[in-house]
Design a protein around this ligand. Structure first.
Ligand SMILES: Nc1ncnc2c1ncn2[C@@H]1O[C@H](COP(=O)(O)OP(=O)(O)OP(=O)(O)O)[C@@H](O)[C@H]1O
Length: 240
């Protein structure tokens, strides 16, 4: 059978002492797909995300990007391989202007003349051209999130991994970043870890539900959210 996956994990496992946070997970995402990872608190989503991005090295199992194993590589190496990563840890430089930060990110992949041009395109695409000359350090939280997203997009990654991109944003900012993510998914595969169900329903095409370190189910968003097993794990946690 043809394998169109851009990223794939095989029996991916992460143990912290006696806790098995991620337990033998087989996951794959195809080119051009937008996938949300959801699940109750403690289900293993963040740990799984950190295994994909190189923030953690798996206890066992493999992560492949375009069929090549990447597990055990650093975040920088994984980013250089063509994966755009937005973690919850701010990665923007406060002292730089917005345009300079984005240009620096673009220059990881492009020669300097092209990085400048790419910066203008990305500022426009993310809707932050008006902020180009502002210092990153003086921006509000939501604006910083957009700048970080712009930096992730700047080197034109084939796959984008986003950890709670809408966290701490206001209603209209959430709407804006949701539209942007859907638009980004037209040119890259995108994986989003997110808690906000409303946001997920707004952006997701397909979702993967984690529970107790394993994949409980995955598929189209409406079908998965209507699955009684999914409702049970959420209600179980809410009642706990
Ligand atoms: N560094 C760590 N050391 C020990 N245990 C950890 C560590 N990180 C996560 N865990 C444990 O692994 C399990 C999965 O946690 P994880 O944070 O991945 O879940 P999650 O689905 O992202 O939860 P949340 O939605 O609350 O962020 C939990 O039992 C958690 O306590």
């Amino acid at each position: 059978m043809n394998d169109f996956s851009i990223m794939k994990t095989e029996k991916l496992t992460m143990r912290f002492g006696s806790v098995v946070a991620v337990d033998g997970v087989d996951f794959s995402i195809r080119e051009g797909e937008l996938r949300c990872l959801i699940g109750p608190n403690g289900a293993g989503k963040s740990t799984f995300f950190k295994l994909l991005t190189g923030q953690l090295v798996p206890s066992s199992g493999t992560v492949r990007f375009k069929k090549r194993p990447i597990s055990g590589r650093s975040v920088a190496e994984i980013a250089n391989a063509g994966i755009g990563i937005k973690t919850q840890v701010p990665s923007v430089f406060d002292k730089l202007s917005v345009a300079a930060g984005i240009e620096l990110a673009a220059a990881r992949k492009l020669p300097s003349e092209l990085a400048k041009k790419r910066t203008e395109e990305v500022l426009e695409r993310v809707g932050i051209t008006a902020l180009a000359k502002s210092h990153v350090g003086e921006l509000a939280h939501g604006q910083r999130q957009l700048v970080e997203l712009a930096m992730v997009v700047a080197p034109a990654p084939d796959l984008i991994l986003l950890d709670e991109p809408a966290a701490g944003m206001t209603g209209s900012e959430v709407e804006h970043i949701g539209e942007l993510i859907v638009e980004l998914a037209r040119s890259s595969a995108v994986v989003v870890v997110e808690h906000d169900m409303e946001f997920i329903q707004r952006i997701a095409q397909s979702v993967t539900v984690f529970n107790q370190g394993a994949i409980l189910t995955e598929g189209p968003v409406e079908k998965v959210l209507a699955d009684p097993r999914v409702q049970d794990v959420y209600l179980g946690k809410a009642a706990a």
